[in-house]
Write a protein that binds this ligand. Sequence first.
Ligand code: KG4
Ligand code: ZN
Length: 342
Amino acid sequence: MIVLGIETSCDETGVALYDSDAGLRAHALFSQVDIHAEYGGVVPEIASRDHVRKLLPLINQCLRKAGLTRDDIDAVAYTAGPGLIGALLVGTATGRSIGMALGVPALAVNHMEGHLLAPMLEDEHPDVPFVALLVSGGHSMLVEVRAIGEYKILGETLDDSAGEAFDKTAKLLGLGYPGGPALAKLAEHGNADRFRFPRPMTDRPGLDFSFSGLKTHTRNLWLKGEKDDETRADIAAGFQQAVVDTLMIKCRRAMQQTRAQQLVIAGGVGANLSLRQTLQQAGKKYGWKVSYPRLEFCTDNGAMIAFAGCQRLMAGEQTGPVLKAFARWSLDQLPPLGTTGS
Ligand code: KG4
Ligand code: ZN
């Protein structure tokens, strides 16, 4: 089955063609980062309009790359939530219309399920069951994946997501938007031990996160202290180390609690090299297998939506002819594989 995947939940237009036999045939992405940069963050209306402009040309580009035509598409999978509602509606309307025009099934895909399953696109992919650390701009959570479609949220953020904490701290330090990658780059040159940073919520049991206190601590440190380049880099390094340590401590607890053997890192913050290295080392020390998607499939992309959609479409699922998108849509509301058909 060849599935066209469409992702438009935020500021990236992503398209892919996934073949259930041959794997990923092609993918294409247009990032709106430069468009939103001058506003210091994503402007939802501009995001929606740009998805309208870019989506169809990207689909054509992707078909050309794969050496396929529209008639080769057996089904369409589109992100229907969670995300920015206007942006989601562009992918939803386009995905449904292509499905109708071609007379093939179309399926609404949960964006977080896409992130969660993205490591399965790799040759050396994890097998279920596993525990996933899902850290993106919109979410931070630990999820027990018992099977594809069977998810139990073990813990989640009580306030900011890890990505938001990176982005807001980067903004404070004057690093622009999007802040995560810029802050990580600056942190490479900093001394993480110069200032003391808290490891939030690690002194009590449980698997929830909270990053707003860490953000405030960083703000106070920056506003009250020196404003030279060395201090900026040292704060970036100390902040990153605190986030990474906190995530590592919670991952270790989740692995102990579930007795899982495999840990998967997914979502945009999963592109952070310090986080990947730290969890890789922890895996060696404690005997877990650690997997993550290639860097470009950590952040938003069409391939993860095509893949997640393909699993459900192959199980006989499809979405009825309705245009519905969801700003919020929790992973634990998802049905087990193959159980919807409306
Ligand atoms: O998964 P994603 O592309 O979008 C959402 O679904 O939210 O995640 C985007 C987030 C942003 O907050 C961005 O700053 C963060 O991932 N990010 C990083 C890195 N690359 C992206 N954070 C830390 N280090 C990175 N290298
Ligand atoms: Zn995402």
